[in-house]
Design a protein around this ligand. Sequence first.
Ligand code: PLP
Length: 494
Amino acid sequence: MKTFYHSTRGKDDLVTSKQAIRAGLAPDGGLYVSDRLGEDRLDPRDLADRSFHDSARWVLGRLLGDYSTEEIDECVRAAYAGNFDTPAVVPLSRLGQGWLLELHHGPTCAFKDIALQILPHLMLKARSGDEEDVMIVTATSGDTGKAALAGFAGVAGCGVTVFYPEGKVSDIQHLQMATQAGSNVAVCGIEGTFDDAQGQVKRIFADAQLARRLAERNVRLSSANSINIGRLAPQVSYYLDAYAQLLRAGAIAAGDEVDFCVPTGNFGDVLAGYFAKRMGLPVGRLIVASNSNKVLTDFIGTGIYDRRREFVKTISPSMDILVSSNLERLLYYLADGDCEQVARLMSDLEEKGCYRLPQALHERLRESFDAGFASDEETRSTIRRSWEDEHVLIDPHTAVARCVQERIAGGGHQRVCLSTANPYKFSADVLEALGKDPQGGDGFACMDRLQELTGVGAPSQLSFLRDAPILHDSLCAKGEMTHFVERACARAFK
Ligand SMILES: *Cc1c(COP(=O)(O)O)cnc(C)c1O
């Protein structure tokens, strides 16, 4: 059955899920949503026998209804068979009283691989036959960039351009991007923050003149950020798979509710958990964990979203975000599809830098979500405690989530903390958390010391970067990003 999508800000233009994936963002600046979310409900009893691949096929079949069963099957196989360093794809392990869902076993060691390994395949199958080329333009706070590069490098008919905030990503994250090979890839640091980069990328998507110039060359732009429904949909799969693993471990019976705690930036990961809930997964609380950029903690607490605050650079850089784009999708569903209301809130955010949720919506938000934040100091002590007490090495993003989860009282449910990155991506900060001075060493020196100290092996996906040549060193100002994209198109699509 076809699944139609429309903008969060208006229902006049309906598109198929394939068109929504090709476009990324709706033309009016809204995000694509479907009113069929939750129409086919999951029976949790069916989950026990399902593999990750089975859950991915089920979820994508529901959310992306105009792909055929064969197409989805091919995409799932191409993305998940062989590209992850464990056959489970997303293994669940114990951590203290709770569980850790390890989402970082892909080629770039961050959870973004789960969506970005499959998005290029979904994108290719969405081609309308006119052989139009697609340039992916993405702003990254550190992990999306490399995951998008790894997913799209060498994919025919696609190119990828990544902008990252210069000096605000970890050494290893920077190297991961700077060493990416491929004739269809471009990487550029910008002066400013992730929000600056993301804001400018949104303007590039809305630039009609640019779109016209590119169309003359048969090129269109699209997004690999979680504003693209093709990024969000695959992430729903691992919530189902976590539940399936808990069933198989005998930790829950079918139907029992499970809480999830999610380290959050752009609100994509935790929104996927909300989608899973709407689709019938017995999800109890969704805990939104933030670092000191705690816009979401304040928002969920008070109903007021206020981005007018100082940006804080933290040791969990992938969550250093003040404008969480995917919240717009949640608002749409909380408001029962009232596009006008969503458009009003978003224009307040754009013009005033803040908005206040009507009370009814705030109450509905609180029915599913809790929130909290952890400072860098608390993050460090959580890394240290997890190592000293349980011998589990976790990265700063995961530690933010664990710290917040422990602070919020549970209702007796099993609790799963999403582990979003491998600790070796952030070796210097993890070393420091364990009480060792990184001594100004580079990413690899820190990696070696962390390995010696803990005996936990660094993943080969990261250690091999040591010998990889630097291929990208471009920097530009915000105002030059459009030009950079055009040049990248000229190079990728000769
Ligand atoms: C991107 C990222 C996050 C935040 O995820 P969102 O979907 O943006 O909320 C958390 N942790 C890590 C390691 C990430 O790369």
